[in-house]
Design a protein around this ligand. Sequence first.
Ligand code: PBG
Length: 332
Amino acid sequence: MAFPINRQRRLRRTEALRSFVRETRLTPAGFVYPLFICPGEGIRKPVGSMPGVCNLSVDEAVKECQEVYSLGIPAIILFGLPEVKDEIATGAWAEDGIVQRAARAIKAAVPNLLIMGDVCLCEYMSHGHCGIVKKTGGPTPETEYEIVNDASLDILAKTAVSQAKAGIDIIAPSDMMDGRIDALRTSLDAHGFENTPIMSYAAKFASGFYGPFREAADSAPSFGDRRSYQMDPANAREAMREIELDMQEGADMIMVKPALPYLDVIAEARMRFDVPLGAYQVSGEFAMIKAAAKNGWIDHDRVMLESLLSIQRAGASIILTYFAKEAAKLLG
Ligand code: PBG
């Protein structure tokens, strides 16, 4: 034999050996479970494209949070379906907004569960965009309207402050306006919330994988798309620049979103930045696995755990996932 065989398989022979040399151990300690809060009482309205996920009224959300916490999941993130939508996103920052009411009720019932607040305007705007819309009358569909950056910052900052007032522990802006971290940090500090951390959706791509979420949160834009503010899926270097800027502006934690199609961005961010790193396994990633498993084409639990493990292996210690409850049950 010219070459001795390098016997890599020696350490794969039994589960005892495999477990002994395992590099990544998936744990629910960094899981965040997303909840969609709707008006009413006693409501659990299933989301068609996301099996197992429901729109929950505040009372049902409280029950859900008790279960989530008992499974060892440390955190949730709240999204709201307001009673009314308008063009200044009143429902996002109202003292008695749907997310603010839910946060107060959940804090009272499960005080040690961390509550993250998604700060964005799309769910609260009649047009479904993440910022203020101005008609500019440009000659092409792309230039006919503008999503106005700086005016949107004021509303986002008001939203963050109202969430902090309601007891939300971590502010998570997902709108992708420029300068939002600075705007939110400044406003939070001015209102006495200098201890409230910000987790920035720093590298958020304009992704087709958000489809089912827009059904769940009723937030699809009524015209145009989000490509003038969310990132081009082709750009990983630009993602590093986005993260760097958010950190300069004061982000305490950063996030990459979606997760599985952007593992390269997660891995690079992990190498470059020394702050807690999260990844959002989004609705479309969840729906794909659910749909294929339902057809019997893949093994649900195996693929669920493998996808989460891969996100953790790439470098995310915090994972926002609709699988949080199911995975936590399996991981014990
Ligand atoms: C709000 C927001 C979105 C998601 C999280 N926050 C939707 C979007 O940007 O269109 C997507 C989450 C998911 O798909 O699970 N802007």
